[in-house]
Every structure is written in C-alpha cells, then in structure tokens.
Design a protein around this ligand. Sequence first.
Ligand SMILES: [Zn+2]
Length: 237
Amino acid sequence: MTLRPRPVRVVLLVAALVCAISGILVSGPGADPPPPMKALVQPVPVPGRAVSPVGADPPEPFAGIPFAPIVPIPESLSGIAGALVQPETREWKSIIVHHSASLSGNAAEFDKLHREERGWDMLGYQFVIGNGDGAPAGGVEVGPRWLRQLHGAHAGEEFHNAYGIGICVVGNYMDHEMPEGVYAALRDLTCWLARRYSITPDRILGHSQVRVGGTECPGVRFPLERLRADAAAALRK
Ligand SMILES: [Zn+2]
C-alpha cells in the first residue's frame, strides 16, 4: 500500500486561517485541549492493493483516500470551524448516523451516560446535534473523539467504530419527523464531512445498517435517503 503524501502545510494554513477568523475553538463537554496528534493518524488497509506480483509494474499512486484540504465551511458551521478542521486526521471512511431515542439531550448528558452506564472513557459519538430540548435546535456539539481524532464507540461494529464518524441527532425518529432546522444542521455537517473525506453516499449509513445484532436506530422516520441525496449533490460541487 502506498499512501499519497498529505498536503499538511496547506491544511495547517487553512486551519490557522479559520481559527484566526472565527477566534474560537469550540470543544465538547469535558473535552481537554487536544494533545499532539502525530500518533493518531492510522493507515487504512485497502482491499486488492496490498500485494504486487513480482516483476509487475510499480503500483499506481494510491488514489483510494482522496483528501480534500480545502472545503468551504458553510455559514451555519462557522462557529465550530476551528474544531471541525483538524490538521492531523484519521482516514475517515464512513458516516454513521444515530438518534438519541430520547426527546431531549445534549453531548454532556450522553457523555455522562456513556461513562457511567456503559463504562466508556468518553462520549461515544464524534458529534451531537441538538433538537431544542437540552441543546439549541440544530446546534452542533463537537466531542473529544473528534478533537483528538479518536475512534468512535457507537457503531457496534469494528470497522465503522474505527473509521466511521458518529453523528447523533437528539430526538426519537421512530416516532417523530425531524424538524427542518435540525435537519439543516445534519445536512450541512454531513455534506462538509463527505466532501472533506470523500465519503460517498453509499457510505453514509444508519446505525441499524452496520450494528452486529441489529438496532432500530436511527429510526424509520430518520431522513437518511434525503441526507444521502443532499450529500451526493454536495459531492458534485
Ligand atoms: Zn445508534
């Protein structure tokens, strides 16, 4: 496997610029300042590219993990721009969407739940989107797993925990439709991540599609197909 060198300087420049413009770095509840992240970049095994036959032409430059260093951040996410753009990053491969299955909530509540009831070391998701009850409707909270570029604890499946970005939308989407303002935040975040990490719509998945043993999450009323269609349109830009 050959990895394409990352344009780290460009990314650092963009991140510095974004921080300078926004003047803030939003962090999730309980998040310490992120440590240096050199050791956090994980190579991803790529099926079918591991071995070249003896005497074969050298492999083509690796193109399986396109990395887009400059993706404009929408106005709706400008408040968390400094947290979104990470200069050293995992090679994210999928986006896994969840609902909280509760009527209210926020990252701090779920962080506490995950620590105290599940015994995890921190909030399992990378992002939480509020629904107006417990957190602003459409407000995006950035968890420490994103700030430190750590694997998730949300998918119930090894690969997607390692390389899937976990987004939890507060609400119960078995029973309720998602409010437009909440959907808009989910759309903007998902589309930005999809463009940034070249995550195609078929890798934007509901929790129920990946969890070993099954789950109802994120609910039959979760607008997953709409989200995929919006991501497809964003990726064509
Ligand atoms: Zn879930």
